[in-house]
Design a protein around this ligand. Structure first.
Ligand SMILES: [Zn+2]
Length: 283
C-alpha cells in the first residue's frame, strides 16, 4: 500500500531510513520545521535550516523516489526566545511563498506561555495571508488544556477549521478536535503515548474521517516505519483496506492538497535539483 507520511523530520534521519521507508511504501512525506534539540543562537541558523528543507532534503528524498514537502514556522519551543523571535517571523513570508512548502507549521504550544499565544495567532494569520493549511503541535504536558486553548485560538483566527491539522492527539483530545471540524493527527511512538494497538482502537471508535497518522520521527527514539506498522495492525484487526488506505494516503493528501502545491512525483524534484538545489523553488 502506498503511504503519505505527513509528519517526519528527515533532517535527523539517515539514508537507511529513506531506503526502508521507500521499501515500506512511503511515496511522499511532509517535513515540518521544528526545534533541533540544540537551541539556535541566531536567526541566521533558521535561514540555513529552511533552505535545507526546501532544497537539499527535497533532493535527498527524491534519490529514494520519495516526494518531499515541508511546512515552515518558528517552532513553539523557540517561540519563547526573546532575541531572534521577531527576526525569524520576518523571514517566514519569503519561505511560505515557495514550491514544496505545503503549510505553516509546526506552530502551537509547548509550555503554554504568553509568547506562544502571540506567535500561534501570528502563524494562523500568515496561513490566511498565504492561503496555506496549518500544522499545529500540542504540548506533551497539559495536553488537554493545550488542545482546548489551541481550538480557541483557531476559532478566533477566522481560519476555516478544515485547513487546520492539530497533531499529537490522544483518546482524550481527538474528539474535541474532530467536533470542531479540525483534522486530528496521531503520532505513533515506539514506547510512549499512542502506539499501533491504541491507534487501532482509536480508529475503531472514531472512524477515519479527518484522522491522520504519522511517525513524527526525529532525533529522539522514534520509528520512521510506524505508519506502515499501524496500517498492518489495522488490517490484522479486520479494518477494511479502503479505510486503511484513506488513513495513510487519501487523508493526508486531501489535507495538504489545500496548499495547491503537492507534487507527488518525486522525479520532478530530482530533475529540478540538478542545478542549484538551494534556489530551486524560488518564484
Ligand atoms: Zn514534529
Amino acid at each position: 500500500m502506498r503511504i503519505f507520511e505527513p509528519h517526519i523530520h528527515m533532517t535527523s534521519r539517515t539514508t537507511d531510513d529513506y531506503e526502508a521507508m521507500a521499501a515500506a511504501g512511503v511515496q511522499a512525506l511532509v517535513e515540518p520545521a521544528f526545534w533541533l534539540g540544540q537551541p539556535r543562537s541566531s536567526a541566521g541558523s533558521f535561514v540555513d535550516y529552511f533552505n535545507a528543507l526546501v532544497g537539499w532534503e527535497r533532493y535527498r528524498a527524491a534519490q529514494f523516489g520519495i516526494a518531499h514537502h515541508c511546512t515552515i514556522a518558528l517552532n513553539p519551543k523557540e517561540a519563547n526566545d526573546p532575541y531572534f523571535r521577531a527576526d525569524v517571523m520576518a523571514l517566514l513570508p519569503r519561505y511560505l511563498a515557495k514550491d514544496g512548502v505545503v503549510g505553516v507549521g509546526e506552530t502551537g504550544y509547548d509550555s503554554i506561555t504568553p509568547a506562544e499565544d502571540e506567535l500561534l495567532a501570528e502563524h494562523l494569520a500568515l496561513a490566511i495571508e498565504f492561503d496555506l493549511p496549518v500544522l499545529v503541535h500540542t504540548p506533551h504536558r497539559d495536553k488537554l488544556a493545550g488542545t482546548r486553548r489551541t481550538l480557541d485560538v483557531v476559532r478566533e483566527s477566522g481560519l476555516a477549521p478544515e485547513r487546520v491539522l492539530i497533531d499529537h492527539n490522544n483518546e482524550l483530545t481527538a474528539k474535541l478536535v474532530l467536533d470542531q471540524g479540525v483534522w486530528a493527527g496521531f503520532s505513533i511512538y515506539p514506547d510512549t503515548k499512542v502506539d499501533e494497538r491504541r491507534m487501532v482502537l482509536i480508529a475503531q471508535e472514531l472512524g477515519t474521517e479527518k484522522v491522520i497518522v504519522n511517525s513524527a520521527a526525529d532525533w529522539g527514539r522514534s520509528d520512521p516505519l510506524k505508519v506502515a506498522k499501524t496500517a498492518e495492525a489495522m488490517l490484522a484487526a479486520q479494518i477494511p483496506q479502503p479505510e486503511v488506505e484513506k488513513l495513510i494516503w487519501d487523508n493526508p493528501v486531501t489535507f495538504f492538497a489545500q496548499s495547491g502545491r503537492l507534487e507527488l512525483d518525486a522525479t520532478k524534484n530530482s530533475e529540478l535539483s540538478q542545478g542549484n538545489s538551494i534556489l530551486r523553488g524560488e518564484r
